[in-house]
Design a protein around this ligand. Structure first.
Ligand SMILES: [Zn+2]
Length: 435
């Protein structure tokens, strides 16, 4: 278990109301992790609580980075669930003033709604601001098979960069993170892999042969390494496909804003080259009839997307072989994601004129003009991106507009409130019978 993985279970345990419930949660942990006992985790939890209590007693306001991280994770989890542990009452109050902004209810509701569509098992989103790791989710749960044995909601932790807590147009990135749990819980990687059959093993074998020749790694180790990389890459491509199928082009723009400024062509052992990811998203969007290069044809944005998709990559032979396999199985990855989402796929219709008009005038929009039906949240985000690329405010349909609009806090705030209110309208309708 690495640090991140332990944090996941730590949050899972901390979100249970009582020590007895911790014990139930911890029992569940033991069922799925080797070598860590419930009592040692419980001991760690109690030691952490005592440690923070002591710091509060001494009025020490300077926490070490690791402590801050652990504390943030804990307190965010507690606040998000509206739960207060007796032991944590003081630390929570003390920390709230020190912490970066917490996720908004619109963000949490949006991620929770996505989780229902993607994960399809009882789960609860815990969004934790974390400056150190960007967008991430600890999903080492390869064997996530069923809800907690004694009932209850499986916690799905997603980390969000604190600076982006107010960038509502970036919300689709959380869907990618939730996608990791969906892939693990529904064995989507296995589905893709099984369908690839021989092709998968020959790609791994050829890549391993190249690795052997290049680095002198022993055959067995090279095979494991190449298979591991291919699995990780395909998982990322599956999460991209789920987020694209669920959000439409909005995911691609959010991805472009978050990932492409850092790199367009460099692969890592965990992620395929961003250009491959972008190419795959464009392919999926073309398939469902919403390629943004068509919508914004002959604009700098369309030209830039094509440029990134075709970026020439300098890869070694082994990486090149794995990447070729990813490109070959693209249709299978997309079909798996689209089948999995079924009726939850989203092909954005042209947004209703009143949505665009109100957003353009920076007025919150949450319902149809008669105020009765809430506006689908994905449509609000899609309309928000359309406005960004058609208005001169951020520079029109250009790649720069993606970044400029993320920094426009007032605009992002209007979107956040629109999404939040749309959920309120929905809940209002649920408790108020139509007349
Ligand atoms: Zn990912």
């Amino acid at each position: 278990m690495d640090e991140l993985e332990l944090d996941f279970w730590f949050v899972a345990a901390a979100t249970r109301r009582t020590i007895h419930q911790y014990q139930l949660a911890l029992d569940a942990v033991v069922l799925r992790s080797d070598g860590i006992s419930a009592s040692s985790l419980l001991a760690r939890l109690n030691a952490e609580l005592a440690h923070y209590q002591a710091q509060i007693d001494r009025r020490e306001h300077k926490l070490a980075a690791a402590d801050q991280h652990a504390l943030r994770t804990l307190t965010a989890a507690l606040r998000v669930r509206g739960t207060e542990l007796a032991q944590m009452a003081a630390p929570v109050a003390w920390c709230q003033s020190e912490l970066t902004p917490e996720p908004s209810s619109a963000q949490l509701d949006f991620a929770q709604e996505a989780a229902s569509a993607l994960v399809k098992l009882p789960c609860e989103i815990i969004a934790v601001p974390n400056a150190d790791i960007g967008y991430a989710t600890p999903v080492p749960i390869k064997h996530w098979q069923a809800p907690l044995p004694r009932g209850g909601l499986e916690p799905v932790v997603v980390f969000v960069p604190p600076l982006e807590l107010r960038a509502t147009t970036m919300l689709p990135l959380l869907v990618h993170e939730v996608g990791h749990t969906a892939v693990a819980a529904n064995r989507l990687l296995t589905k893709v892999r099984d369908a690839s059959g021989e092709e998968w093993s020959s790609a791994v074998e050829e890549a391993a042969t190249a690795t052997e020749a290049q680095t002198g790694t022993a055959r067995a180790a090279a095979l494991v390494q190449c298979d591991d990389t291919l699995q990780r890459w395909v998982v990322e491509l599956l999460c991209d496909a789920l987020a694209t199928a669920y959000c439409g082009p909005a995911y691609l723009f959010a991805f472009a804003g978050a990932v492409l400024p850092h790199s367009i062509d460099a692969p890592s052992w965990t992620h395929p080259p961003p250009s491959e990811r972008l190419g795959a998203m464009l392919g999926l969007l073309r398939g469902i009839g919403c390629d943004p290069r068509h919508t914004y044809s002959s604009s700098p944005l369309a030209g830039w997307l094509t440029y990134v998709e075709n970026a020439s990559l300098k890869l070694n032979e082994s990486t090149e072989r794995l990447l070729r396999h990813c490109t070959q199985i693209r249709p299978r990855i997309h079909a798996t994601a689209l089948d999995h989402l079924a009726h939850e796929n989203f092909t954005p219709p042209t947004p209703a004129p009143h949505v665009t008009e109100l957003l353009e005038r920076r007025i919150v929009v949450a319902a149809d003009p008669d105020g009765k039906r809430p506006i689908e949240r994905r449509l609000i985000i899609d309309a928000a991106w359309r406005l960004i690329f058609t208005s001169t405010t951020w520079g029109g349909a250009s790649p720069e507009a993606i970044l400029r609009s993320s920094d426009d806090i007032e605009y992002q705030e209007i979107l956040d409130r629109s999404i939040d209110l749309s959920y309120l309208v929905e809940r209002w309708n649920e408790v108020t019978p139509a007349t």
